[in-house]
Ligand binder design. Sequence first.
Ligand SMILES: *Cc1c(COP(=O)(O)O)cnc(C)c1O
Length: 427
Amino acid sequence: MKYKNTNDPNEIVSFKEAVLKGLGNHKGLFVPTEIPKLPDSFFEKLPNMTDAEIAFEVLRPYIGQEDITDAQLKEIVTETFNFPLPVHPLNEREFILELFHGPTMAFKDVGARFMARCLGLFSTEADEVTVLVATSGDTGSAVAQGFHKVNGVRVIILFPKDKVSPFQEYQMTSLGDNIYAVEVDGTFDDCQALVKQALQDENLKERVNLSTANSINVARFLPQMIYYFSAVKQLHHTLKNNALLVSVPSGNFGNLTAGLYAQKMGLPIQHFIAANNANDTFYQFIYSGKYQAKPSVSTHSNAMDVGDPSNFIRIQELYNYSWEEIKKHISSEMVSDETTLDVMKEVYNQYAYILDPHTAVGYYALHKNLKEKEVGLVLATASSKKFEKVIQKVITDFPSPKVDLTTCAKQQIPNDYNAYQEIIRQK
Ligand SMILES: *Cc1c(COP(=O)(O)O)cnc(C)c1O
């Protein structure tokens, strides 16, 4: 399988090159040149497969044997999918896919673990890779935990001062070794801008092998297809006579894009809902056909505070840049902070189930759109335990996790490219 660049038709690369490079020329994203259909025989045996077995078969066609052999891929998927992805029934027709049973209690663990292991294979001692990440919290913690002690890979994480929770900070700063956490006196957008500047700095790239672990990296978003296969596997009795509607709490749209790929490979999903918070660029696009990026605003579901989703271009590409085609596959909802809290309260009162704010946005969108005869699934992207400040607005006695940051290490820099560059150049 080859990958093409969405901004440069002349750049065609292998999986390995796409992973190592992260971002393509002219800031383009890599997408597979085709999306393979899985045979009927695969779907017949799906209900009896483990998640690692599913991952092997689904991902195999996307990765050339010369980049990763069968034996290596088996090992990578077994290590990546070593925690459960359970479907929790809320009622007879509404289900929650819990993606938060990994080390950092958010869905990004799967992509981070998979990518870390691919990079570990591709880098050599002589040719160390430096992975740059900007985070508002969840990506940094998943990448830190996923890449910790992977040989030949050094990770530098930028996070905005006073904007991540103590728990998230602990997950990024407590590891050491090959993980460097850097606090920037600025916003998340400033952190992201610094990373983008470094990735395009030709002088720097001559000295250091740079890559990135945000969901623009194909190794981050492709393994997320497995969530959807695992859900259909677990729901296969319920789905016999009913169509499946899936709601995805969305920020940069990596997760939703993976679902669309899974559907295109033949997975029986009827329709998707992209659930937005007040950062409703995609929602506005679905209603107007016009894509208007805007600065992000802060909400209770802060991992979805994205005003210009990076994977939007991959969705466009998948449907030949046709708004009509996109609308056939995806609907959208915008959910306010006020509604988010109301939904959390209602679901807690009715089902004694605590939704985290991101999942609450997704659940509201699902509940509103679910039609008779349909089965609904919402992706639970994080555990409520990670967002206690918001949960406590609804459930006053919800406990705060105890974290001790005294033994943690971080560097602090101003919002300044030279200070950042110096850290990257240190070996
Ligand atoms: C990253 C994240 C999202 C958004 O996922 P995308 O793939 O960027 O759309 C949603 N919820 C949580 C908890 C996250 O960490």
